[in-house]
Write a new protein. Structure first.
Length: 403
């Protein structure tokens, strides 16, 4: 790794003496020392780092590129953003060490839990560690509909064509949760299978589907807005407490939210749900100094990149929601948050609770695997039963509803 700022004090002292001598000889100089040298003590990066993210054209990918520009200009580090077609591919590259971090969505939580596509024998619960969360003025995931489909409330989705993204259980489970707002399930709609996130928006533009899920400000939705079909966001009124509870029983990390950023959204905003997107994560084995350096650079350079990609303003430090997080934070990230006084006793208590949850899951997995069924389907079904039992025995939420 390259260390920036080492020996800076000695360099500045020698330079000051040298300049003093020049001034005494009548020279006038403009002194320029790069900001990265002045303020980057203890920041270390390799020449190249890599993140996985959603596909090109998405908000998460665009934000990663904007942050990469900061790293290149100020620290001489190249950030390779590797687009992943689905949940598994984004985290598979992280687990294999091909990327340092992943800027994704709820798949990090599903991987922690060992559920959906991560319930298989080759996965199981993963030791995910969060670095930073993005809670933007937009929203992480909501229903987007074609205006000509005449969907004005969530109940109007019944019988409509809804996209189902192959290999993306986090997206599909989020749609399932949003359908539950109106007491609907996948059986109440026509499921249209598509090959990826961008393909979901294309399916609506091309009149193969009527409803797609995604971030309020996701660039692919601009194509829908500009198409003859038009774009409409059906609201999720926050005054229906039972409906909100149904959603949060399935996705406890989703919270009611007013979105003010996205196509067709009025200045006063719309009532939706949101979660962290992107959620920048690593593993418990991720390098601590790299995690520290990444979080510090993202915070200290926020004003530079916040307007350079849709939704980038959500990386603000006061939107981190440490006390409500559902995955533990990386020690390197915590180190920086403590340095700037953002890490509270409540944050530490919640972090310890999340670490305990991961320990319960890992212990349950280690006990289950040696005698688990060989059949793929039987293995997953038996694991989900064992997992739910272990969590319930420890008094922890099981997330059994909606899986």
């Amino acid at each position: 790794m390259k260390r920036i700022g080492t020996g800076l004090s000695s360099f500045v002292s020698i330079l000051a003496v040298y300049l003093s001598g020049l001034r005494n000889q009548g020279f006038i100089l403009l002194l320029f020392i790069p900001v990265s040298l002045q303020a980057a003590e203890d920041i270390q990066f390799p020449k190249t780092i890599a993140w996985s993210a959603y596909q090109t054209g998405t908000g998460g990918y665009s934000q990663a590129v904007a942050i990469g520009n900061i790293l290149q200009r100020q620290y001489g580090t190249n950030l390779r953003v590797i687009p992943g077609r689905n949940d598994v591919s984004r985290l598979a590259t992280l687990r294999a060490g091909r990327v340092h971090f992943s800027a994704g969505g709820s798949e990090a939580i599903y991987a922690q839990e060992g559920i959906l596509n991560f319930a298989s024998k080759i996965w199981g619960p993963q030791s995910i560690r969060a670095l930073m969360s993005n809670y933007s003025d937009s929203c992480s995931y909501t229903m987007v509909t074609a205006t000509d489909a005449n969907i004005r409330s969530i109940s109007d989705v019944k019988g409509k064509r809804v996209t189902f993204v192959q290999g993306a259980p986090s997206l599909n489970n989020a749609m399932s949760a949003l359908l539950s707002y109106a007491n609907l399930t996948w059986d109440d709609v026509e499921r249209v299978e598509v090959g990826g996130y961008n393909a979901s928006a294309d399916a609506v533009v091309n009149n193969r589907a009527d409803v797609v899920g995604g971030a309020c400000n996701s660039p692919p939705f601009l194509r829908l807005e500009a198409s003859p079909r038009g774009l409409t966001f059906p609201p999720f009124p926050h005054d229906d407490e039972e409906a909100i509870q149904r959603v949060r029983e399935r996705l406890p990390w989703y919270v009611p939210h007013i979105a003010i950023e996205g196509p067709t959204i009025p200045p006063e905003g719309i009532q939706v749900f949101t979660s962290a997107y992107p959620l920048l994560v690593g593993l418990d084995t991720s390098d601590e100094l790299l995690a520290y350096s990444t979080v510090r650079v993202m915070h200290e350079n926020y004003e530079i990149y916040k307007d350079n990609a849709p939704g980038a303003s959500g990386w603000r430090i006061d939107r981190q929601k440490f006390e409500q997080a559902f995955v533990p934070f990386h020690p390197g990230a915590i180190r920086y948050y403590k340095e700037i006084g953002a890490w509270t006793p409540e944050a530490e208590a919640n972090n310890q609770k999340n670490l305990h949850r991961q320990l319960v899951l890992k212990t349950a997995w280690d006990a289950f695997v040696p005698t688990a069924p060989e059949d793929y389907v039987e293995f997953e079904q038996a694991w989900l039963v064992a997992r739910e039992g272990a969590l319930a025995e420890s008094g922890l939420i099981t997330l059994g509803e909606g899986l």
